[in-house]
Structures are given as C-alpha cells and as structure tokens.
Design a protein around this ligand. Sequence first.
Ligand code: FAD
Length: 413
Amino acid sequence: MQNKTPYTIAIIGGGAAGLMASITAAKEGASVHLYEQNRAPAKKILASGNGRCNISNARLSTVDYFGEKPEFTDFCLKNFTFDQLQKFCKSIGLFLNVLEDGRAYPLSNEAKSVALSFESYAKSCGVQLFTEQTITRVEKKEATFCLHSAQNVSKEYDRVLIATGSEAAPQLGGSAQGYVIAESFGHSIVPTYPALVQLHLDSSIHEKISGAKQEAEVTLYLNGKKEQAVKGDILFTKYGISGFAILDISQKASEALLSCQRVTIGLDLLPLYDRQALSTQLLSLSQSLGTYPMATLLSGLLSIKIANALLEDAKIAPQTLAKELSIKMAKQIVSKIKDWRFEVKDTHGFKHAEVSGGGVSTAEVNEKTMESLKCKGLYFAGEVLDIVGRRGGYNFHFAWASGYLAAKEMSRA
Ligand SMILES: Cc1cc2nc3c(=O)[nH]c(=O)nc-3n(C[C@H](O)[C@H](O)[C@H](O)COP(=O)(O)OP(=O)(O)OC[C@H]3O[C@@H](n4cnc5c(N)ncnc54)[C@H](O)[C@@H]3O)c2cc1C
C-alpha cells in the first residue's frame, strides 16, 4: 500500500464506524490499529435487522436523525451518500438489495455477509486488528496519544478515533466507555436513553393479553399533546408493548421519559374504519347476531384476546349478549377501539434497545472533519455521538458515513 500519510492511527471499536474508518485510513496509507473489546468485531452487525442487516437506506436525509443538533449529520451524509456506500460495497464484493421503501439489505439477506466482507477487506488493506482489548484510557502526550487497555497494553499513536458505539445492547458490546474517554478530554455527554426499544405500560391489561398482535395506528402524546403517529404492528407482552410501530415512536417516548414528561400512547386498532361507520356496523350486527356474546361479535374485527380485554376495560362483561348492545355501549367500545389509551412508565431498557439517544455532544465536534474541538488529533464516529436515527438503516448509514469522513480527515497530512 502506498504510504500517502505518515500517521499512525488507533481506532477504538470494531463496529460499523470503526471498520469503515479503518479501511478508509488504511487505503490512504496510514498505519492502522483497530481495537475491539469482544472476541471478534462486528457483533452488532451480525445481530442487526433480525440477522439480515438493514445496512442503509437509499432515502437519507437529516430529518431522519435526532439529537441536540441533528443538522450535524448534513455534511457527513452528503459527503458519503447511499450511492457511494453501494459502490463501495460492490467494490468489496458485497451486493445490496434495495427495497421499494429505500431500505437496503445484503443480496444474500444475511448479516454475516456484511460482517465478513468488511472484516476481510480491512485485513486485506493492512489493518491490524487487536481483539479482546478494552481501551480504558487515552492519555494525551506532547504530540501523540497513549492508549491503555484493561489487558495492560499501552501504545502511542498520532491520531485516535473513538468509535465505541453506545450503551445499547451490552450483550453485544454496548458500553459507556467511549463517553468516559471523551469526558477525560473535557467533552460533555448529552444524557443517554434507550431508543428503538419496547415500552413498559402502567396497566394490568397487557399481561393478560401477552402475545396478542394487531396492525394499529399508534399515537404518542407527551404531557397530553399529540407528538407523533405511526402505523404498523403492535404486540402486547408481559412487560408492556412491542412491535415495529412501538419501536418507531420509542425514541421520542424514551427521551420524554428522561425529562420526566407524562408519556401516553393511544392505539387505534382499526385505523381503516371511522368511528361512525364502526358504531353503525356494531349496532347492526348486534341485531342480526343478537345471541352472540359481545366478545364473539368483536372477534371478527380484533384478536379475541384483545376483544376480551378491551370489553373488560370498557366495563362491559364479554359474555353480555350482542342484542343488549345500547348506543352508549357501542360508543364506549368504539372509543376504546379507536383510541385505547395507556400510560408509558418506562422503556424495556438498554439491554433490549437497538440504539441509544444522547452521547458525545455534537456542539464540541467539527461536523466537517469529526475532529474534537477540545483536542486536536482526537476524532469521533458513529453512535458514540449524540445522533440517533430512525429505524430503517439510518443508524448504520451514519456509522459508515461518519467513520469514512473521520478517517479521510485523520489521514490528511
Ligand atoms: C439487535 C440490533 C439490531 C440492529 N439493527 C439495525 C439495522 O438493521 N439497521 C441499522 O441501521 N441499525 C441497526 N442497529 C443499530 C446499529 O447496530 C448501530 O447503530 C451501529 O452498530 C453503530 O455503529 P458503531 O460502530 O457506532 O457502534 P457499534 O457497532 O456498537 O461498535 C462499537 C464497537 O466498539 C466496541 N467497544 C466499545 N467500547 C470499547 C472499548 N473501550 N475498547 C475496545 N472496544 C470497545 C464494541 O464492542 C463494539 O464492537 C441495530 C442494533 C441492534 C442492537
């Protein structure tokens, strides 16, 4: 490899951002050491997208990201677009399948392909990978940085990239160590919270109907004010509620819980029907099928478990005969079907979260270079930063793009 840059570079974290950065820096001719605390890199890549890895999204924009300063992503996304990622992947033998909605997956439909392609290519570019090395401290010397690991390894480098990810999914390597290192250089950490995560409800209903699934529209209310509405599936669980629609509202819900706001969700279990049509339909059926218990009458519209619980919550005995349905009762039922409210008391926690909100404040990092504004030669990339994306490949894309940008700049003589 042509030695275009004289720098020795240490990259802490062998996830998406660290792997992309190590490849990019090595291709620029830098001597690159990649440190990973796990036995192998790319553990989150392997577990991602239900084992398929939603690697990116063809429709990327700053509005798909959150944090104190989402516009921080603007330069980075323009500097490394979806097309560039796709071209790069192709160059390392990794072909992508782009779905109609923009989500991209490896053609093999296996996350393993992504992990293997990136790790193999990094090695072929000359990146030296050190696994089972947990970096605990980075010390600034006169013109260099000294890295110290929990395994008693110390080594000096010209430049350092912190790509340690977030606290989400500790079983896959999620850790807060990157924040500790950043803080040691005077960086501020925006309080972190689990995102793309299931929610705990303040109710006894969900436990009784655990396992029941439904397509629904979920509306999120913060302190009683409508914040967001999303359509998708929901799944009641022992602890609360899950499903794609819930993951999609979880970032805002979790951030609001952190600031002690009242978080409520309203479930519209039949978004395709309006209240009036539903009420008329129920009253008409209650006449033609008058001997049916109310729960049976509803079972053609909703999962039977959900129908029973909903009637109970509306204070109507599920065994009530359909012919006894009054206009008032019909209204009560329809009101629950169209806007079943639950208070959210917590999230299912970092262990179950796909990502974390919060992180190293982007106000203290140069968005055009990813370099620390507190310490020259120190860089950040990926989820360790206070940037979190929507579900759909956005989080990986920010990791690839910020890793790429940081590495290009770190290699600049
Ligand atoms: C189950 C699951 C499914 C997901 N699915 C998707 C998806 O389909 N699409 C999508 O866009 N996003 C998905 N995500 C989110 C995505 O995985 C992350 O946003 C992305 O991995 C962030 O990349 P990163 O390189 O910043 O951090 P990571 O991938 O977390 O990598 C950081 C690495 O640093 C290592 N590390 C941490 N501290 C140290 C230390 N002190 N010393 C040495 N090494 C250290 C960690 O072990 C880890 O390997 C998913 C996440 C999870 C948990």
